[in-house]
Ligand binder design. Structure first.
Ligand code: NAD
Length: 455
């Protein structure tokens, strides 16, 4: 009688599911975690260094994949995907040892403890983490959470978006060459794969995408009592106060809104301004857009495209929501929609009923700050709230009387690039946070430790 082999050819125990199925991949990552090899600082820094080498060594291929998926301009591919992720990794490599130090706390207890008692907290890895990423920044939004999960000592399963197939395939091919494949796995696929993965038990899930799938993630996670970080979207408002330098405002707004053809979760979604400011902004914004993309953005190499026909049709249907100041041109065969400014938009217009996630900027007129704050508070809490104002009192009121994932005065989107700041939403725009040491908190268990002498 022959004895069965102890393991299958790829190192799995006999009868275990293959590693390229959700169940098999998770079982393999769990087994790796149990060996303890992901815990030492050296393993973590080696993986982060490997990720960094992947990004810097394949800059051209990454840019080509982003171009194929989204016609992403080269400058955006470098800045918002490769360099952004590299800077996040460098920041983590510089600080990780310090972040992981146990934190001593005073051992003053409710009951008397013997002299020599000490108390501290430590960051323990959680185990196996699932990262589900969307298509709009398919490199950054997959690899920054993966880097955080690795830095915290976990094994990770990364699920890229099927709507960015070139990036998904590239990362699935490259990652095993640069990081420990027994600890960091990629599983490609769409909703079916996501659903199959969510049937498995993870120790944490970080999901980035729309709130509809977000609900499915929460429901599935509830079965296993798995904690979830939800990085969702929403309508991020911009309040433009009277009397600000509209040339500067328009230049900063145009760059933040029309990058990636408006498909940015923290893009300014709509403007709130009094009628005179709104009118004066029209010319300033048109000049800013021409400055960025020339007289015909369709011919500009600096301007992207909508990701697919479904999103194209969805955004085109919003174009009639107000008076078109500039833009409005579109071409389905090219998935092109011009940078578009809509004025005198009514609060109940179609463009104000959903996250735009495309290159259309509506302006809603308000009488001033009071009405702007009321308008914001009547709606879902946004991922970001932006304001251009020189008035300290207005800033304080916006900070104290509203709620949003991030609050940014003066340079929309830029708060994401500061790794010391947490990135995440609140309420309908998400829950939890990551980036820098906030990723370590998210992907760790803060363990309470007490040490009482025996004598
Ligand atoms: P998407 O269609 O790529 O979906 C996101 C991920 O969910 C993909 O990996 C997809 O395969 C997966 N998925 C599909 N079906 C699923 C299911 N039934 N259950 C669970 N997961 C499933 O991307 P999207 O949702 O169109 O992304 C755009 C949205 O994401 C916008 O609302 C945007 O604001 C938001 N977003 C948020 C952030 C952030 O950091 N907060 C960043 C980018 C995008």
């Amino acid at each position: 009688m022959s004895t069965p082999p102890a393991t299958s050819p790829d190192g799995r125990p006999p009868d275990s599911p293959p590693s390229d199925t959700p169940a098999g991949a998770v079982a393999r990552l769990r087994a790796t975690f149990r060996t303890g090899r992901t815990r030492p600082l050296t393993w973590r820094t080696e993986q982060l260094t490997g990720l960094r080498a992947l990004l810097t060594g394949h800059r051209e291929e990454i840019a080509a994949a982003l171009h194929a998926d989204l016609r992403k301009p080269r400058a955006e591919a470098d800045l918002a995907e490769v360099d952004f992720t590299v800077r996040e990794i460098d920041h983590t490599l510089r600080n990780l040892e310090h972040w992981l130090h146990p934190e001593q706390v005073p051992a003053a207890a409710l009951t008397r403890l013997p002299p020599g008692t000490s108390a501290h907290t430590r960051h323990d890895p959680l185990g196996t983490v699932l990262v589900i990423a969307p298509w709009n920044y398919p490199v950054q939004l997959l690899l920054v959470p993966v880097a955080g999960a690795i830095a915290a000592g976990n094994t990770v399963l990364a699920k890229p978006s099927e709507l960015a197939p070139a990036c998904s395939a590239l990362l699935a091919r490259l990652l095993p060459q640069y990081v420990d494949p027994a600890a960091i796995a990629v599983l490609e696929g769409g909703g079916e794969t996501a659903t199959a993965l969510l049937a498995e038990r993870f120790d944490h899930i970080l999901y980035t995408g729309n709130a509809g799938f977000g609900r499915a993630v929460l429901r599935a996670a509830a079965e296993h009592l798995t904690p979830v970080t939800l990085e969702l979207g929403g309508k991020s408002p911009v309040f433009v106060d009277r009397g600000v330098d509209l040339g500067t405002v328009a230049a900063r707004l145009a760059r933040a809104k029309f990058a990636n053809a408006g498909q940015t979760c923290v893009a300014p979604d709509y403007l709130l301004a009094d009628p005179a400011t709104a009118r004066a902004l029209e010319g300033a914004l048109e000049r800013a857009v021409t400055e960025l993309y020339g007289p015909d953005p369709a011919r500009s190499r600096a301007y992207g495209r909508l990701v697919d026909e479904r999103h194209f049709d969805r955004v085109v249907a919003l174009l009639d929501s107000g008076r078109t100041v500039f833009g409005g041109r579109h071409d389905r065969a090219d998935r092109y929609i011009a940078p578009t400014l809509l004025a005198e938009v009514r609060p109940d217009a179609p463009v104000m009923r959903e996250e735009i996630f495309g290159p259309v900027l509506p302006v809603v007129e308000v009488t001033g700050l009071d009405e702007a704050i009321a308008f914001i508070n009547e709606r879902d809490r946004p991922l970001a709230l932006y304001a251009f104002t020189e008035d300290g009192h207005a800033r304080r009121r916006l900070a104290e009387e509203t709620s949003s994932g991030g609050l940014n005065f003066g340079l929309p989107v830029a708060h994401l690039g500061i790794p010391e700041l947490p990135f995440g939403g609140v309420g309908e725009s998400g829950s939890g946070r990551y980036h820098g040491r906030w990723s370590i908190d998210t992907f760790s268990h803060r363990r309470a430790c007490l040490d009482v002498p025996l004598d």
